[in-house]
Ligand binder design. Structure first.
Ligand code: HEC
Ligand code: HEC
Length: 284
């Protein structure tokens, strides 16, 4: 009977898929546990793996940048500021006309390419998205919590002009931008802290590299104490009574509380520290 045959075919196909799937998982697991996969940065991906990942990255940026608002209008002042910020934060990895990448940029895998042609491949909104959010597992940092939004747009305005630059004109722009003050403009602190933003901020300031923090992905590290149940502890770092304001103060300037502490001040803004405190103390 045809229906019996069909059932047999379906069963055989399913069994084959399951056996092959389990086999592949077993091989993958063995390679992983045996340490045969080579994580060395001197060992590049195979070309087809690289091309596939690059394609995936492009599609991901295209998809996620679709809701980015229209850029503010470009101007000479904005381009100049962008050149200054680029020269302070980006040129080390990406280089510029006549300027090499720093040694650590050259030997990264994947290599951060020059951005002279970025504006030909990306729209301004896509360049904004990449700069703001970074590219995970590629070494491209996220700048959302490191640079004010206006400066990210300034870099984009500069990147749009980059394809036209020569070595000389780039040097002239950077020299003119020397006086650009790179200190982030203080962002206004909203009345109500945002715990979910605080959770993102914790990872963006790498707090999880020293602390185990519930809800923040990281290693089992105990350089600093775990931050679970902070609201139940009487004192922050055994010194300050646990209140939201004291926690903000500790996060921003631990050494002003305890000059001996090895916890560094990592440059957290008032707003970001308030959001972190709201998340850590579980207050809405
Ligand atoms: C620590 C090194 C590093 C720094 C600093 C850095 N980047 Fe990147 N960037 C990368 C890497 C790595 C990639 C990914 C390359 C890849 O996936 O092919 C990348 C990719 C990009 C891309 C996409 C490039 C393309 O054409 O596909 C843009 C745009 C970009 N970065 C902008 C910036 C800007 C703007 C800054 C400064 C605010 C910056 N980057 C700072 C490492 C860096
Ligand atoms: C380089 C490692 C390191 C980094 C990065 C770091 N911390 Fe710490 N942190 C410590 C150490 C060490 C202590 C213990 C300090 C002490 O008791 O004097 C500590 C203590 C604390 C405490 C008090 C904990 C308690 O049990 O009382 C809090 C809260 C805290 N850190 C939050 C943060 C936040 C938020 C960040 C990110 C902005 C951060 N830390 C980044 C090392 C670090």
């Amino acid at each position: 009977m045809p229906s019996n045959r069909l059932r047999l075919i379906v069963k055989t196909v399913l069994a084959t898929v399951i056996v092959l799937g389990a086999g592949a998982a077993l091989v993958g697991f063995t390679v992983l546990k045996a340490g045969w996969y080579n994580v060395a940065a001197t060992q590049p991906h195979y070309q087809f793996v690289y091309s596939l990942l690059e394609q995936g990255m492009h599609e991901s940026v295209r998809f996620h940048a679709r809701n980015v608002p229209e850029p503010p209008p470009s101007s000479d002042a904005r381009v100049l500021r962008g050149a200054g910020v680029f020269n302070n934060h980006c040129v080390q990895c990406h280089g510029a006309p006549g300027v090499p990448m720093a040694a650590f940029g050259q030997s990264m895998q994947p290599a951060p390419g020059p951005l002279v042609d970025a504006a030909r491949r990306w729209t301004p909104r896509q360049m904004y998205w990449i700069t703001r959010h970074g590219i995970r597992m590629a070494g491209m940092p996220a700048w959302e919590f490191q640079l004010p939004d206006d400066d990210i747009w300034a870099i984009v305005a500069f990147l749009e002009k980059l394809p036209m630059q020569t070595t000389a004109s780039y040097q002239a722009l950077v020299a003119a931008a020397q006086n650009v003050d790179d200190a982030p403009a203080p962002t206004p602190v909203p009345a109500n802290p945002d715990p979910q933003r605080g959770r993102t901020a914790l990872a963006q300031y790498a707090c999880q590299s020293c602390h185990v923090i519930p809800g923040v992905t990281g290693s089992q590290t105990f350089v600093g104490p775990p931050l679970e149940g902070l609201e139940q502890r009487k004192y922050i770092a055994g010194v300050l009574p646990t209140t939201r304001d004291n926690l903000v103060h500790w996060i921003r300037a631990p050494q002003s509380v305890d000059p001996q502490t090895t916890m560094p001040a990592v440059g957290v803004s008032e707003r970001d520290a308030r959001d972190m405190a709201a998340y850590l103390l579980k207050q809405e």
